[in-house]
Design a protein. Structure first.
Length: 230
């Protein structure tokens, strides 16, 4: 997808209609610039000046800390560190990782953040299946695993019942970047990337990223709306 905006619509007959996102593919953009854009679009969505947004981006190397991050957890990190309002602990963002930030209004009947997290996990699991990889949930944790390794971290915040922040999937990420801290409170050894599990992983990293990006967009478009747990 070229940088700019597009509409992601569910195909006819997809079942419960999903969000109609305005998709903004930001390419490679630093975390701080993306964070400012998120905040601007969040406020615009709260005020009803824009519809639901979906930002796709690869960041320069950075570690972000969430609300549950303990003091000193990133003391040895060689990258910039940002402390933000999302849930969870510290995680890495960098080249080869696809980050998706849905800015999504949760309407009456959808205002269950646990259900929203499970919905995001389901989107990633669907995207992985579209490229031939089996993803799964791990009981007691948020995110998506491939086998016994974690490929996707998820952390969100909500303001005025508009959810923001989102998910990060290691596609061709250099996993050595996790060695200087405990990602999401886990051992760095638990992290993996999609490229190591693809049945046909040949080709340039950019091609693999493009392939997974299309799969993730298709998964978002057909996911249906996040609903409360039953």
């Amino acid at each position: 997808m070229t940088p700019g905006a597009d509409r992601s619509e569910p195909p006819p007959g997809a079942g419960s209609p999903g969000p109609s996102f305005e998709v903004r593919d930001l390419g490679r953009l630093g975390f701080e610039d993306t964070y400012r854009l998120q905040q601007e679009l969040l406020q615009a969505r709260i005020e009803g000046r824009v519809g639901d947004q979906l930002l796709l981006v690869e960041h320069d190397a950075v570690v972000t800390r969430g609300r549950r991050s303990p003091d000193g957890d990133t003391a040895e990190v060689p990258f910039p560190v940002a402390t933000i309002e999302r849930g969870g602990e510290a995680t890495y963002h960098g080249p080869g990782q696809l980050v998706a930030y849905p800015i999504l209004r949760l309407e009456d009947g959808q205002r269950d953040l646990h259900a929203y997290l499970r919905w995001l996990e389901g989107v990633v699991i669907d995207a992985l299946a579209r490229v031939g990889v089996e993803g799964r949930r791990e009981e007691g944790y948020t995110g998506v695993w491939i086998g016994d390794k974690k490929a996707c971290s998820i952390g969100v915040a909500v303001r005025g019942w508009v959810a923001w922040h989102g998910l990060a999937v290691n596609v061709t990420t250099d996993l050595a970047a996790y060695r200087s801290f405990s990602p999401c409170g886990l051992s760095a050894d638990v992290m993996t990337r999609v490229a190591d599990h693809l049945p046909d992983a040949g080709g340039a990293p950019e091609a693999l990223m493009g392939r997974f990006k299309e799969a993730l967009l298709a998964a978002f478009a057909t996911a249906g709306m996040p609903l409360p747990r039953t």
